[in-house]
Structures are given as C-alpha cells and as structure tokens.
Design a protein around this ligand. Structure first.
Ligand code: HPA
Length: 239
C-alpha cells in the first residue's frame, strides 16, 4: 500500500511517530536513539524509519519538511492511512520573549497562527489548536525527570519565515506568545480533525532579542535533550 507521498505498507509505522523537519535529522535520530531500525519510506528523500527505544518500545521517526503544507500532507497520510495514533514534532523555533535563551526547550500546549489553514473546516469562528493534554503532561514529566527546564505555552505557527512586516512578531510577543515556528498549527488541526494525538516540542535556535552562536557540541546536546524528552513522552503511547 502506498499514498502519494509515502511508499510504506500498513503496519510499517509504529503507533507513535517523532517528526523533525529535516530528513537528515530523522536519520540521525533513528541511528542515535533507536535500535533494529528499518527504513520504511523515502519518497522525495523524506526518510521514515521504524525501530525500538532502549526500553524496547516501537516508535517511528519521519521528517515533515518545512511549513504547514508539508507537515499537513505527511501528518494527514500517517494519521488517516497508516494507523498512526500520535505524532510528536521535534523542531526548532525563534524566541519571541527576552527571557527565553538559545537552546531552551519549549512545549507548545497551544498554537496560534497567521495562516488560513483552518478555513477548510468552514467553522463559524476561530479554531484554537492545542496539543494532546496527556502528551503535554508526559513531556513535562520527562523534562523534570531529566532536570531540563522547559517553557510551556503558546507558539506562533507562521506561514512566513521572511516577513515583509518586520514588526509583526512584536504583536504576538505582547500577547505572551513564546516563539515562532511553522508547523504546529497544521499538525494540531489534522490531529483534531482525525481524532488523533499531537504534540510539538521545540528547541530555540534563534532569538528576536539577541544574536548568539553555539558550538556544534552545544547544538547537538541541545537537540539530544529534546529528543530524549520526546522519546520518553512517546513511550507512554507506543505499541
Ligand atoms: N521563524 C520561523 N520558524 C523558525 C524560526 C523563525 O525565526 N526559527 C526556527 N524556526
């Protein structure tokens, strides 16, 4: 069985999928954190892998690409066609608040947007997109367990990386929005529409308040902490 964007068979994916944006990061996560890994899809080099955590829970990792359109396609096909029950996005974001530092970890319990994504549902109002509450609790507990401080709150899921309105971010920041990324809103909407679970965990890669440089080691350590939190949360829903 195959969908337009995934050439896998039903059953090839675990019930829970970790979803970074970058296909090479998906490969790195599978090789670094899982064992007995199988490549299950590679259409357009959007690699998907299924393997086992060190606690022998079966989970998958697949890239989402960038933006609502891309994660919208992959998360829809995984939820609707491949029996996936939960998707945990593991991405990066730009911090909107001055007290959020580079490589801090954020858990997006809610997602705001400048996108017209929810227009398709023809709702008589504005849809508020949220993470699965049990996954939020599990990820916060995992972070506590690993002594990693986290910010939990609202993120902006934007259609635009290079915004012509250079001050638009300040309006969101005034509303307490923690950071900006480009995928959580479509992911949370697909999960809501299809009665599935989703969560978005983010590492801060840049800030709207200051410039900063991290060494490659700091970068890797920052990402590893996030992946370990995501895996512990994923294990609570894994098959
Ligand atoms: N904007 C949008 N998405 C992002 C950013 C950003 O500054 N940083 C990481 N993902």
């Amino acid at each position: 069985m195959s969908t337009p964007h995934i050439n896998a068979n039903l059953g090839d994916f675990a019930e829970v999928v970790l979803m970074p944006g970058d296909p090479l990061r998906a490969k790195w996560i599978a090789e670094t954190f899982l064992h007995d890994v199988k490549l299950v899809t590679s259409v357009r080099n959007i690699f998907g892998y299924t393997g086992y955590t060190k606690n022998n829970k079966r989970i998958s990792v697949m890239a989402s690409g960038m933006g609502h359109s891309s994660i919208g396609i992959y998360s829809y096909e995984l939820f609707a066609k491949f029996g996936v029950e939960a998707i945990i996005r593991v991405g990066t974001c730009g911090a909107y608040q001055p007290d959020i530092g580079l490589y801090d970890v954020l858990i997006a319990n809610t997602s705001s947007t400048d996108s017209n994504w929810a227009h398709q549902y023809q709702l008589p109002g504005t849809f508020s997109a949220g993470a699965d509450f049990d996954l939020v609790l599990a990820s916060v507990a995992a972070a506590k367990n690993k002594n990693v401080p986290v910010h939990v709150g609202n993120v902006l899921s934007s259609d635009v990386f290079y915004n012509a309105n250079v001050d638009a971010w300040k309006k969101w920041a005034e509303m307490g929005v923690l950071a900006v990324e480009m995928e959580s809103y479509a992911l949370y909407c697909n999960a809501a529409k299809l009665h599935k679970k989703a969560l978005c965990i983010l590492t801060v890669s840049d800030s709207f308040h200051f410039k900063g440089e991290l060494t490659p080691e700091e970068r890797m350590n920052g990402l590893s902490r996030m992946i370990e939190i995501a895996i512990q949360a994923a294990e609570t829903v894994a098959d």
